[in-house]
Design a protein around this ligand. Structure first.
Ligand code: NAP
Ligand code: HSE
Length: 438
C-alpha cells in the first residue's frame, strides 16, 4: 500500500525530504511506500537540487492539501501565514500533518492541537526543535515519568555556527552569517536566528512539553547575539569561558495550592551566556545543538547532534512521516496527537518576572585608566551586596581601560541597582557589556 505525501515547500528542508523519498534503498522499508504526489512552491522556475515531473509542482498549496492522492501533508514552507491556515486546512480535511515550523507551533500550537484532537489526526513536530536531534518524542514520552527541573540548551544552529567561528577563527560576524545562509542553516529572515526569536520559539515548545502546559511565547525574555561584541567573546575565552546562545526553561516553584491547581511557575529565557569551558554545553560547536534535560529521578540527560540544515532536518521530518505511515499501515488509531500541547493540557504554566532570578554575571566597564577606579567599582558592588568572583583590567590604551567583573550568584534586581550606581561613578564611562554566566 502506497502513502501519498504532499509537500508544502521545496527549499532547504523540502528538498532534503524529497531526496530521502527518492532514494529509499537501505532505509526503513516503509520509506519505499511513500510517494511524493504533489509539491507547492512559490516560483516554478527556480533551479532546484532535484528534478521532479513538472505536473507534480504547483504554486497553489491548497491544491496539494486537497489532492485526493495526498494522505499526509508536510508543511516546510515556513512563516506564520499561510502556513498556519494551511495546517488547519489539512487537519479539517482529516489529513495528518508533519511540520518543521516552530514559529507557527510556538504561537498557534494550542489552536492546532485542539483542531487536530477534534478531527482525530496527528500533527507531528520533531523537526521543529533541534534539527536532526530526536528531542520532541523523548521529552514528550521517554522522560514523561520525571519531574523536570530544567531544560537548557543550544537550540539555534545558525548562532552556534557564528559564535564557534568567531571564537575559533576570529571570523567577522557578517561573513559567517552569510555562510550560514548559504549552507541553509538560517531562517528566511535571519533576524529570527540572530535576535534569539527562533530559539525562543523552540524553548516555548520544549517547555510546553516538559511542564505539561502551553507557555506564553510573548512572555519569553529574549536577547540574541546581534549586539554581542567580539571583544567579549575573546575576553570570555581569556577568563576560561565560552559564549553560547542559551535557551533555558526552569521550574521556579510549584504554585498549588496558592496558585492555579497543579500550576507551575517557570523562568524561560534566551540570552548569550558565558559557560565555563568544562560545562557539558561548552563543547558543542558549529551547527550542532544540544539540549540538557535535568529531571527527577533521571538526573541529567543530554541530546546532541546537528541542529539545522537539509539532511538533519529532513531526517526528523521523515521520522514523523514514518510514524504516521506505520500507524496507518497497521490500521491503528488516527487520533493521538501530542496530548501535552492540546487544549486539555494538565498544568497551567506561568512565566515569572526575571528580576527575581539568581545568576552570575559577566560585566565589562569602559573606564578611565586611573588609580582608584577598580576600588570604587568593587565598593559599589559590595554596598549592593553583590559578591565579586573576579575583577580584572583587560586592556588599557590612551588613558582608557576595560574592566571585566565576574560576579557570584546574585539576584537580578540587586545586580541592576549596583550597575546603575557604578555607571554614575567618577571615572566610569559606560557599562559596555553585560552577559549572564553559568
Ligand atoms: P526555505 O529554504 O526558505 O524554503 C521554503 C520553501 O517554501 C520554498 O521552496 C518556497 O518556494 C516555499 N514557499 C514559501 N512560501 C510559499 C507559498 N506561500 N506558497 C508556496 N510555496 C511557498 O525554508 P527552509 O529552510 O526549508 O525552512 C522551512 C521550514 O522549516 C521553516 O519553518 C523553518 O523554520 C523550518 N526549519 C528549517 C531548518 C533548516 O535548517 N533550514 C531546520 C529546522 C526547521 P520557492 O522555493 O519557490 O521560493
Ligand atoms: N534557523 C534554524 C537554526 C534552523 O539555525 O537553528 C533549525 O531550526
Amino acid at each position: 500500500m502506497t502513502i501519498g505525501i504532499g509537500l508544502l515547500g521545496l527549499g532547504t528542508v523540502g528538498s532534503g525530504v524529497a531526496a530521502i523519498l527518492a532514494s529509499p534503498q537501505g532505509r526503513h522499508p516503509l520509506v519505499g511506500d511513500l510517494v511524493l504526489e504533489r509539491v507547492a512552491v512559490r516560483d516554478l522556475h527556480r533551479p532546484r537540487p532535484l528534478t521532479l515531473p513538472p505536473e507534480r509542482l504547483t504554486t497553489d498549496p491548497e491544491a496539494v492539501i486537497d489532492d485526493p492522492k495526498v494522505d499526509i501533508v508536510v508543511e516546510v514552507m515556513g512563516g506564520l501565514e499561510p502556513a498556519r491556515s494551511l495546517i488547519l486546512r489539512a487537519i479539517a480535511a482529516g489529513k495528518p500533518v508533519v511540520t518543521a515550523n516552530k514559529a507557527v507551533i510556538a504561537r498557534y500550537g494550542q489552536e492546532i492541537a485542539a483542531a487536530a484532537a477534534r478531527q482525530g489526526v496527528y500533527v507531528l513536530i520533531e523537526a521543529a526543535v533541534g534539527g536532526g536531534i530526536p528531542i520532541i518524542e523523548p521529552i514528550k514520552q521517554s522522560l514523561g515519568g520525571n519531574r523536570i527541573q530544567r531544560v537548557s540548551g543550544i537550540i539555534n544552529g545558525t548562532t552556534n555556527y557564528i559564535l564557534s567561528r568567531m571564537a575559533d577563527e576570529g571570523a567577522a560576524y557578517a561573513d559567517v552569517l552569510a555562510d550560514a545562509q548559504r549552507l541553509g542553516y538560517a531562517e528566511a529572515d535571519p533576524a529570527a536566528d540572530v535576535q534569539g526569536g527562533d530559539a525562543a520559539d523552540k524553548i516555548a515548545i520544549l517547555a510546553g512539553l516538559a511542564y505539561g502546559g502551553p507557555v506564553e511565547r510573548a512572555g519569553i525574555a529574549t536577547e540574541g547575539i546581534d549586539r554581542l561584541d567580539a571583544r567579549d567573546v575573546a575576553y570570555a575565552a581569556q577568563l576560561g569561558f565560552v559564549v553560547k546562545l542559551l535557551a533555558v526553561a526552569e521550574r521556579v516553584r510549584d504554585d498549588a495550592p496558592a496558585g492555579p491547581p497543579d500550576g507551575v511557575s517557570l523562568d524561560v529565557r534566551v540570552h548569550p551566556t558565558l559557560l565555563p569551558k568544562h560545562h557539558p554545553l561548552a563543547g558543542v560547536h558549529g551547527v550542532n545543538n544540544a539540549i540538557l534535560v535535568e529531571g527527577d529521578p533521571v538526573g541529567q540527560v543530554m541530546f546532541f547532534g546537528p541542529g539545522a540544515g537539509a539532511g538533519p532536518t529532513a531526517s526528523a521530518v521523515v521520522a514523523d512521516i514514518l510514524n504516521i505511515a506505520g500507524i496507518r499501515q497497521v490500521g491503528g488509531p488516527q487520533a493521538g496527537l501530542d496530548p501535552l500541547l492540546a487544549a486539555s493540557s494538565w498544568r497551567h504554566c506561568t512565566l515569572v518576572d526575571g528580576s527575581m532570578s539568581l545568576h552570575r554575571n559577566y560585566v565589562r566597564f569602559s573606564t578611565r585608566d586611573e588609580a582608584g577606579v577598580i576600588g570604587r567599582i568593587g565598593t559599589c558592588f559590595g554596598a549592593a551586596e553583590v559578591s565579586i568572583q573576579s575583577i580584572v583590567q583587560l586592556d588599557a590604551r590612551e588613558g582608557e581601560a576595560e574592566i571585566v567583573v565576574i560576579t557570584h550568584e546574585v539576584r537580578e534586581d540587586r545586580f541592576r541597582e549596583a550597575l546603575a550606581a557604578i555607571e554614575a561613578l567618577e571615572g566610569v564611562e559606560t557599562v559596555a557589556a553585560c552577559l549572564r554566566t553559568l
